[in-house]
Design a protein around this ligand. Structure first.
Ligand code: FNR
Length: 183
């Protein structure tokens, strides 16, 4: 069994990116499970909080999910041509404590959806130095840039477009296959 931890970088109820992650989980091939982690309860990073109460429970949960996963799937929105702060904040927290060891050597794929025309290209590029610093192994065989998302998702954020679902299934299949080969 191959396990992938999927994280959406949006807190919005009808988020395109959370919908993209849900669809990826639905479309995962037999033998692969995509666990949908949540960044919702992760507080803003504060070194004083860390020194006092330690790593917050929500972060510890994510770290445990990452420990159990063969790969990580980041589903990123794009804000002002970069990574949304809430998403970077969660990953920064996850890298604390023993977290760096969890990222090191972990295969990571990045996808994203945007109502604009460029489908999170710049946010996906923005992740690259972060993934390098964390010592991950980025998976570059596939690319998934979902643009004009308003026409592809329903008003609850469910991915309804057949062509995009097909491309997503192929993407997840490719990532899962690379994980079962050992990354
Ligand atoms: C955006 N949005 C946006 N979209 C994009 O393609 N490029 C960008 O640079 C930005 N910048 C940006 C800044 C801020 C502060 C917000 C709130 C939004 C639009 C963004 O893609 C849109 O809100 C998506 O719906 C966010 O993803 P979710 O929440 O649907 O997953």
């Amino acid at each position: 069994m191959t396990t992938i931890l999927g994280l959406s970088g949006s807190l919005r109820r009808a988020s395109f990116n959370s919908g993209l992650l849900r669809a990826a989980a639905e479309l995962a091939p037999a033998g692969t499970t995509i666990t949908q982690g949540s960044i919702r309860d992760v507080p803003l990073y504060d070194a004083d909080l860390e020194a006092g109460a330690g790593i917050p429970q929500a972060v510890q949960t994510l770290q445990a999910q990452l420990r159990d996963a063969d790969g990580l799937l980041l589903v990123t929105p794009e804000y002002n041509n970069g990574i949304p702060g809430v998403f970077k904040n969660a990953i920064d927290w996850m890298s604390r404590g023993d977290g760096l060891a969890l990222f090191r050597g972990k295969p990571v794929a990045v996808i994203g959806a945007s109502p604009g025309g460029f489908g999170t290209t710049l946010a996906q590029n923005d992740w690259l130095p972060v993934l390098r610093t964390l010592g991950t192994i980025p998976w570059f065989e596939g690319r998934m840039l979902v643009s004009r998302a308003g026409a592809l998702f329903d008003d609850r954020g469910n991915l309804t477009d057949d062509k995009t679902r097909e491309l997503l299934a192929r993407f997840v299949q490719g990532f899962a296959a690379s994980l079962s080969r050992g990354g």
